[in-house]
Design a protein around this ligand. Structure first.
Ligand code: SAH
Length: 192
């Protein structure tokens, strides 16, 4: 089975309600849902699309910014070597950690903090998934992307963003390709 087919198969068998504390009854609908603290989980088909765009390999080391409910984290973790996931809101981070551990994942590492700074202790990363909107790609994240690496990130205003595939080639040159228009909650910029 191709990697893409394997990811789609796995995704189709995921139970989104497991990752939700509220609106569990709406989990099977293909729509974004609130996860508390003013944050939202994307519609499942977008989570799948973003994951496929990231082109994961079993040896990929992935940085995820915006753990949220942990739903996207689970899909990344099932198809990569390890996931380093950063979330600024502590109760969300704690909740996701508990759920992913309960689901049996042993290759996910959690950090509470400002994800626009990435995770310096573990860089470079082969893949970076950003699930909150940015006006432009944070330099730190570009710097922590491995040559030959890929990043999926929503770039734009608070109201509408271009979901973008960013690729860094072996010479360190950056290219960007538009995937689709999306609306994500903003990546919060703060001192830490
Ligand atoms: N991928 C998540 C949805 C994320 S919503 C899921 O599957 O549920 C965006 C998340 O990014 C929120 O949880 C929000 O708290 C987090 N976030 C926003 N700004 C951040 C920052 N600067 N650093 C880390 N996380 C951030």
């Amino acid at each position: 089975m191709s990697q893409e087919k394997a990811i789609i198969n796995y995704f189709e068998n995921m139970d989104r309600s497991f990752y939700l504390d509220e609106n569990k009854d709406l989990a099977s609908m293909d729509r974004p849902l609130p996860i508390g603290f003013g944050q939202t989980i994307s519609q499942p088909t977008l989570v799948l699309k973003m994951t496929l765009a990231l082109d994961l390999h079993p040896e990929s080391r992935v940085l995820e910014i915006g753990t949220g409910s942990g739903f996207q984290t689970a899909l990344l973790a099932a198809f990569s070597e390890s996931v380093y996931s950063v979330e600024r809101i502590e109760p969300l981070q704690e909740g996701a950690k508990k759920k992913l551990q309960e689901a049996g994942f042993t290759n996910v590492y959690f950090k509470q903090g400002n994800g626009s700074r990435g995770w310096r202790d573990h860089d470079p990363f082969d893949r970076i998934m950003v699930t909150a909107a940015v006006p432009e790609i944070p330099d730190e994240l570009l710097g922590q992307l491995q040559s030959g690496g890929k990043m999926v990130i929503p770039i734009g205003t608070p109201f509408s963003q271009d979901l973008t595939l960013v690729e860094k080639d072996e010479e360190g040159e950056i290219s960007q390709n538009f995937i689709e228009s999306v609306v994500f909650v903003g990546l919060v910029e703060e001192e830490d």
